[in-house]
Design a binder for this molecule. Sequence first.
Ligand code: 4UV
Length: 554
Amino acid sequence: KTTNVTIKRSIVSSPHGNIDIPNTTLPEFIFESFDKFPNEIAVECSQTGKKYTYDDIRIKSNNFNKNIRKKLKLNKGDVVGIILPNVPDYPICLLGSIQAGLTVTIINPFYTADEISYQLNNANVKAIITLGATYSKAKAAAQLSKRNIPILAVKLQQADELPRGSIDLNEFTENTAEVEDKYDLNVKDTVLLPFSSGTTGLPKAVELTNYNVISNICQLNCNTVNHVPTRTETHTNTVPAIVPWFHIYGVTVCLLKQIHNFSKIICVPKFTSNGFIELLKQHKPNILYLVPPLISFMSSNPLVKPELLDRLTVIISGAAPLGKQDEEQLITKIGRHVDIIQGYGLTETSPAAAMSTTQVIKKFGNTGSCGLVLPNTFIKIVSTENPLTELLGPNNKGEILIKGPQVMKGYLNRPKETNQIFLNGWLRSGDLGYVDNNNLLYVTDRLKELIKVKGYQVAPAELEEVLRMNKDVSDAAVIGVPDRTSGEVPVAFVVPKLNTNIDVKSLHYYMSKKVASYKQLKGGIIVVNSLPRTESGKILRKELKLQYEKTKTN
Ligand code: 4UV
C-alpha cells in the first residue's frame, strides 16, 4: 500500500492533461495547411538573402521526393546524409527525403572527414547532400568509409559554380518527375537519425519516427501550455534559426515546429557576433531560440542594445543548464520583462520532455527550472543506487526517467545499448534532478559521461579513442570541466607509451586535424603515468575530476 502512495507521488505528469497526436506522416503533418500563406516567406537566409515561400517549400520538396526516387533509385528506408548548415534548402531536402520514404541522418558540416565518415558508416548512408564548399570533405569522408555514393550539392546563391563530380540539387527540385505516386509510409517509420552518445560510449544513431517528431511538435504547441506564441492564424512570428538544424533542438524546435507554425524563419548558416547584431537590426525577431552561452553573450555584449530587441517577447533556452541568475541578468539588461523559458530534453526524446510556460513565470517568477512535464509525458525521479526499486518524492534528487510518445524507438542496430538505456520501459536520461512541490523540474547535474560544449554533445569515449590512436599515447581519459563561455570544455589525461614523451602542443595539433573545433581539448592535456580504473577496467572519472581540481589549485 505504502509503495503505491510513493509511486503516485513520484510519477509526475502534465497538469494540462493529454492531447491527441495526429496519426500521419511528418511531411503530411507539416504541409497540411501550407495553403494558408502560400506566398509568404517561410525561410530566408540572413547571410545571402536567398529565400523560399511556403509554396516553394511544398513544391520543391515534392519535386525532390520524386527525383531522388527516380534518378538515384533509392528504396524505402535507405538513409540520406544531410551535411548542411542552416540554409533555405534544408527543409526541402529533409521533407522531400521523408516523403520519398527515406530516413535522414543530420550531420554537422563543420565535422572533419573522419567524423563524417563515422556517421556515414553507422547510419549506412546511401546518398549525401552538402554545400559546394564542403563537397570535397564529404567526398573524402565517403571514400574513407568506402562508399561510392552520389553527392548532391546546394548552391548558396543561384550564380554559384558547383564542384565537378557533384550533382546540382536544383536538378532535383526545379521540375517534377514521373514516378509512382503512392508510397507505403507508416507513422512508426524511422524518419530521423540524429546521433547521441546516450549515457555512455560512442555516438549512436537515434531512431526517431514520424510519430515521435509529430508528438513533440504538438506537445510544444499545446494551447493550454502556451509557452510561446504558438501556431498563429497570421504570419507574424519572425524566428531566427541560430541553433543548428543538424542538432535535435535545431531540427525539431527551430525548423519543423516553426514551418508548421507559419513562422518566418531567418536562418543563420554560421553564428558570428556581428551577423547576429545585424540580424536583430534588420529582422526584429519576436522569438529567440538560444543556448545558455548565447544568453550570456546577449547579457554581456554592449552591441546587443535593448532597442534592437523591442519586438522580442520570449526567449527559449535549452541543451544545457541555465541558472536563475543568468535569466535575471538578461532581463535586467533588456530593461523590461521578457519571458525566458527553459526547455529540457535529449536527442532520445525528440528532444523536449519538460518546458517552462508563461503562466509558470507569472506565478513563480524566474526559477532557473525547466518547468512542467509536457502533455502525454511522465517523469519520475529514482535513486541512483537503486533505480529499479526506489522512487523519490518531491525535492529529492535522483536520476530523471522519462516516458512519452516522443521517446525514441531505440539506437539503430544497437540492441544492447537500447536495452541498457531503458528501465522497464522508462528512458534513463543520465541526468540528476528533482521536482519541487509546484511540479517544476530542476536539472542539477549530469550522471552520464557526456560533456556539453556550448550545448553540443562531446562524447569522452570518442575523444579517448582518437587520442589512443596517436603514436605517442598508450592510454587516455577525457572529462568535462566548467568553462565560463562554453559551459563545459573537455580535458584529457594521457599516458605516454613506454620510453616516449608526449609533446602537448603536437597532440593538440593532431586533435585539430581529427575532430571538430568544439571538441578540442580546450581545458588542457595533462600527462600522467597511469589512469585510475576499476578492477573491470572502467575509468574512474570522478577521481580524475578531483585530480583536475587539485592541479587547478596548485
Ligand atoms: O541529446 P542532447 O544534445 O539534446 C539536447 C536537447 C535540447 C533541448 C531540449 C528540449 C527543449 O525544449 C529544447 O528547446 C532543447 O541538447 O543533450 C541532452 C542533454 O543535454 C542536457 C542534459 O544533460 C541532457 O541529457 N540538457 C538539455 N537541456 C538541458 C540540459 C537543460 N535545460 N538544463 C540542463 N541540462
